[in-house]
Design a binder for this molecule. Structure first.
Ligand SMILES: Cc1cc2nc3c(=O)[nH]c(=O)nc-3n(C[C@H](O)[C@H](O)[C@H](O)COP(=O)(O)OP(=O)(O)OC[C@H]3O[C@@H](n4cnc5c(N)ncnc54)[C@H](O)[C@@H]3O)c2cc1C
Length: 425
């Protein structure tokens, strides 16, 4: 039976980057993916341009079709916000771009099928044994022995052993189930649809450099329209920090579908009801640090499998890449047992503070819209938070202070806010 130093389960961003770094570090690695690549992934595909720091772009550029030019479809520099499709606010991601050009203050828009495939091919190019169409079925851990990995695919079953298994198999990951990790997952729900689009049609702000966010139409969440090369990606998510998902809840589904439908109408690109193909997927929102490794360090979870979705923005690609790199680093340094500590160091304070702000923001969205999103420089701060240049725990005190002040101002002016102070304050 083949033995690898590491087997990575799932070739999304987290798994592909972990496999790449491990192979680059000289280890024997298998990267197994249940689908044949490229595969569709339900996602908006918006990532901070600072992602380039995680991807060794020079090296990607050396390989044809793997350079960012091949997978970045749009470069977003502005965010158009609305509340109940009204009161629009166009925010600059880098308001002082002329004086301080900084290409880190922007978003890349990618198609996940193309982006993920590029990352998986890069891992293979670095030496990982990429095996597509193979789904993990079980893991067997016996003290003092390597982990036995069993998978199945079209061509039958596959078995191999590894010193370490990295579970990068997403929100419904089998790896976690096999070893009893993350039993109490906090799942939110998001859906998206892709609509062919010719630039220049519809609302004047429907442009390849503008991302759209709508905050009033979804309870405890938001809707978006993201530009892509030849289409727009429109979606909506409910970020309920509870221990159940909105899946199967027909009211949630209806609300999300209606928001998407209304959004397209507002932007002057209406679609026939029933003509859209929706993709839905759970979002494993951060709800505090969970059990993301076995005690012996033989199995580590990364990305969505580890619940690393930012509870404020609902984004996960950047964090999937970051955690994949951290897992690989721990393994290469012979410190797989220290993985949870390393993840805690990177994410805990930031995401705990993001969760605290999210609870206020999504409960009082109109208040947050008027006093937060529409503030000068709010889009700039959001961009810095998205790319990790600023952490939520560094600004949460200031944000909460501003919320308190804004509430006092509203109260004096007689504005009704559901006026009690949010519990989270
Ligand atoms: C509607 C929606 C919109 C989103 N929009 C954004 C956005 O704009 N920006 C952003 O940053 N994040 C977004 N996210 C979140 C983002 O998609 C995830 O955080 C990200 O995909 C996590 O990457 P990952 O590598 O951990 O997991 P995934 O990308 O889910 O990859 C897991 C891989 O494992 C494979 N796999 C699963 N089970 C097995 C198995 N048993 N054996 C082998 N392989 C297996 C899967 O096929 C898949 O390829 C969105 C999510 C949703 C649902």
């Amino acid at each position: 039976m083949t033995h690898y130093d590491a087997i990575v389960i799932g070739a999304g961003p987290a798994g592909a980057v972990a496999a790449h770094d491990l192979a680059k570090g000289g280890l024997t690695v298998a990267l197994i993916e249940k689908h044949t690549l490229p595969r569709h992934k339900t996602c908006g595909g918006g990532i901070p341009t600072l992602t380039k720091n995680l991807l060794s772009l020079a090296e990607m550029g050396e390989v044809r079709d793997l350079s960012p030019d091949a997978f970045v479809e749009c470069h977003v520099t502005q965010m158009r916000h609305t509340y109940n499709f009204d009161d629009p606010h166009l925010g600059e991601m880098n308001p002082d771009a002329e004086a301080n050009p900084d290409d880190a203050l922007a978003l890349w828009m990618v198609q996940r099928s193309v982006f993920d495939n590029a990352l998986a091919q890069r891992a293979a190019h670095a030496g990982a044994d990429l095996r597509e169409g193979l789904a993990l079925k079980s893991l067997e851990i016996v003290k003092g022995k390597p982990v036995l990995v069993r998978a199945e695919g079209k061509n039958g079953s596959w078995e191999a052993t590894a010193d370490v298994v990295i579970g990068a198999d997403g929100a419904n990951g089998m790896t976690a189930k096999c070893v009893g990790l993350r039993k109490e997952r906090s799942l939110a729900i998001a859906i998206e649809a892709e609509i062919p689009h010719t630039w220049g049609e519809g609302h004047p702000d429907l442009r390849p450099d503008v991302a759209h966010l709508e905050f009033g139409a979804i309870k405890l969440g938001y809707a978006w329209v993201f530009p892509k090369g030849d289409h727009i990606n429109v979606g909506a998510g409910v970020f309920r920090p509870k221990r159940e998902s909105g899946r199967g809840d027909s009211n949630v589904k209806e609300q999300l579908h209606k928001a998407i439908h209304d959004y397209l109408e507002m932007l002057g690109v209406p679609q026939e009801p029933g003509s859209l193909v929706y993709h839905a997927h759970p979002l494993p929102i951060w709800d505090g640090l969970d059990k993301i490794q076995t005690r012996d360090g033989k199995v580590l979870l990364v990305g969505d499998a580890a619940g690393l979705i930012n509870p404020f923005f609902g984004d996960g690609i950047f964090h999937a890449l970051t955690s994949g790199k951290i897992a690989a680093r721990c393994v290469l340094e012979g410190d797989a047992k220290g993985y949870t500590k390393a993840i805690s160091h990177e994410f805990k304070a930031n995401f705990d503070a993001a969760l605290r702000i999210a609870k206020i923001f999504y409960q009082w969205p109109h208040f947050a819209y008027r006093h937060g999103i529409k503030r000068p420089y709010a889009t700039y701060t959001a961009t810095k938070l998205l790319s990790g240049q600023v952490k939520f725990n560094e600004v949460s005190g200031r944000i909460i202070g501003r919320i308190r002040n804004a509430m006092r101002v509203d109260k004096k002016a007689g504005v009704v806010n559901n006026d009690e102070m949010p519990d989270a304050l």
